[in-house]
Design a binder for this molecule. Structure first.
Ligand SMILES: [Zn+2]
Length: 108
């Protein structure tokens, strides 16, 4: 078990109008948007940035964020703007903050 890790939470899957760069078909692309978050001992600590994957459902080619064309980046930013950071990704920080506040208040 890793102590400190980065994980992904799927936020949204949206069909996009872009043409697949590999097979050239249109209306077969989906944009997957993920929230990255850090964990300690499996407990979510805090969110970092959002990332995405453009997937062609015809030829199953996946383009990661750094491999996307400018048109795909534009579509990614549009879908990303429709998502929100999940509050549960702060759960570990909230718990640690509560323990610190409790120990300071009761002088433990
Ligand atoms: Zn394709």
């Amino acid at each position: 078990m890793t102590v400190y890790a980065t994980k992904l939470a799927k936020l949204k899957v949206e069909p996009i109008e872009n043409e697949c760069a590999k097979c050239g078909t249109v209306h077969t692309m989906d944009m997957h948007v993920f929230q990255k978050y850090r964990t300690v001992l499996g407990m979510p600590l805090f969110p970092t940035n959002k990332t995405g994957v453009a997937l062609c459902t015809h030829c199953m080619t996946a383009s990661k964020r750094r491999q996307m064309t400018p048109d795909l980046i534009k579509a990614f930013n549009k879908v990303k703007s429709q998502t929100h950071m999940p509050l549960w990704t702060w759960a570990g920080s909230l718990l640690i903050g509560m323990v610190i506040a409790y120990s300071l208040y009761f002088h433990i």
